[in-house]
Design a protein around this ligand. Structure first.
Ligand SMILES: [Zn+2]
Ligand SMILES: [Zn+2]
Ligand SMILES: [Zn+2]
Length: 151
């Protein structure tokens, strides 16, 4: 199988690399904001085509302006974080209910550190629960969570 010239990961047939967003077959994609310009990449999270001016490159991955600041770990993107352990549990079951894979950081109780697991305790320790989802499920996950905020 061929390798992506940007991130050196193997890829299957596609117009862009799903790991970093680099466009693999030039000419096919136009920048969403500048239709006269060819896209050099797509945002790894929303797949919006980006020209060299629109693309934000971070750790060899490409992001649009909306997703430039999203924290990522390998092919996973941070979709939720909270110092509220119980809120996090609700969010996890919601995401999983929609078939979204969740990779968590700091999800274990902080009680083992000698602290009550409270939002204040977690804030003081800078120890929020963090949920990462696969790149291709990021948009769905963030839409689901945005719906909750409106209620
Ligand atoms: Zn790549
Ligand atoms: Zn994006
Ligand atoms: Zn552009």
């Amino acid at each position: 199988m061929p390798y992506c010239p940007n991130c050196k990961t193997e890829y299957t047939e596609n117009d862009f690399c799903i790991h970093c967003g680099a466009v693999l077959h030039e000419k096919k994609l136009q920048c969403k904001a500048h239709s006269a310009r060819g896209a050099v990449a797509v945002c790894v999270l929303c797949h919006r085509p980006l020209c060299s001016d629109c693309a934000n490159k971070r750790d060899s991955r490409f992001f649009c302006n909306d997703h430039e600041k999203v924290e990522v770990e390998e092919d996973w993107a941070l979709v939720f974080q909270s110092v509220d352990f119980f809120e996090a549990a609700i969010v996890r079951s919601k995401l999983e209910g929609y078939g979204i894979s969740v990779s968590a950081q700091n999800e274990h109780s902080i009680a083992y550190l000698g602290f009550m697991d409270t939002p204040i305790g977690r804030t003081n320790l800078e120890h929020p629960v963090k949920f990462f989802v696969p790149f291709d499920q990021y948009l769905l996950a963030s839409q689901l969570l945005a719906e909750d905020e409106k209620l």
